[in-house]
Design a protein around this ligand. Structure first.
Ligand code: UDP
Length: 248
């Protein structure tokens, strides 16, 4: 198994898609507990280390996907390690593909009701053989949470997609993982259901191939500047770490 790499104060797994898929398959075939798959990206550098509950959930994940070009370049600069980007918003389809071919069931939890329902319809169209064991929107109250967990268990889903955004989805997993009886793979997919439902557009392939998905998202939704202004800070931190500069 490739060793997890430290990038500033968080981590990333140096995997390619084939390796990540094999791990998912082994979690499904031989796992005895729910395994977490979370996205590791530059935004997390600014949120994870500050929140002890999130930090623990993130650190304990079974796969930390190299979700964005930022982590891929940072790992190359800091560790000389080369691996491709695996966006979480694409890896959901790798998992659906495995599930459809091997007969595993999925439960889709998160996003607004209409987004959840439309994205499940689109997943069903794309994978007619996939067993969709259940779905629920992401606005379930704390009081109703035990009933939701019960529904997930009754559905006997092997795979759970949680689309609550970060840090909600990581914390949800940490809190409820021990109550999940059959789930073996759980991916935190953030705002991916919005793109599957078509309410938010993903960047065209050419932008993604050039590593410029972040720029496309910024141009199509300028309010993301609040989040993306952290990217140059991330780049600077990586350069400083590379030259061995330490804060006094
Ligand atoms: N969301 C949810 N329940 C909540 C808060 C958010 O289901 O209590 C959903 C929201 O509707 C959206 C997603 O979580 O679909 C958050 O998307 P965002 O792009 O902010 O997440 P990221 O991918 O950046 O983690």
């Amino acid at each position: 198994m490739n060793e997890r790499l430290k990038v500033l104060d968080i981590w990333v797994d140096p995997l390619d898609r084939g390796m990540a898929r094999s791990r998912v398959l082994s979690f499904l075939e031989t796992g005895k507990r729910p395994h977490a798959i979370f996205a590791s990206n530059p935004e997390k550098i600014f949120s994870v280390p500050k929140d002890p509950e999130l930090l623990l959930a993130f650190k304990n994940a079974d796969i930390l996907l190299p979700d964005g070009i930022g982590m891929v370049l940072a790992a190359r600069i800091l560790h000389g390690c080369r691996f491709p980007r695996i966006p979480g918003s694409e890896f959901i389809f790798d998992i659906c593909d495995i599930a459809a071919r091997k007969g595993y069931g999925i439960f889709v939890y998160g996003a607004k009701e209409e987004v959840n329902s439309a994205s499940v319809d689109n997943i069903r169209k794309r994978y007619p053989n996939l067993r969709i064991a259940g779905r629920a929107n992401g606005y379930v109250s704390e009081t109703d949470m035990p009933a939701l967990v019960e529904r997930i268990n009754e559905s006997k889903a092997d795979i759970l997609f949680i689309a609550l955004g970060s840090p909600k989805q990581e914390k949800w997993f940490a809190r409820y993982k021990d109550s999940l009886k059959y789930v073996r793979v759980c991916q935190g997919i953030g705002g991916t259901l919005d793109t599957i439902a078509g309410t938010v557009k993903r960047a065209p392939a050419i932008w993604c191939n050039l590593g410029l998905e972040w720029l496309y998202r910024l141009l199509s939704d300028p309010s993301r500047i609040k989040r993306q202004r952290l990217l140059p800070v991330f780049a600077l931190k990586i350069i400083l770490a590379r030259i061995g500069w330490k804060k006094q």
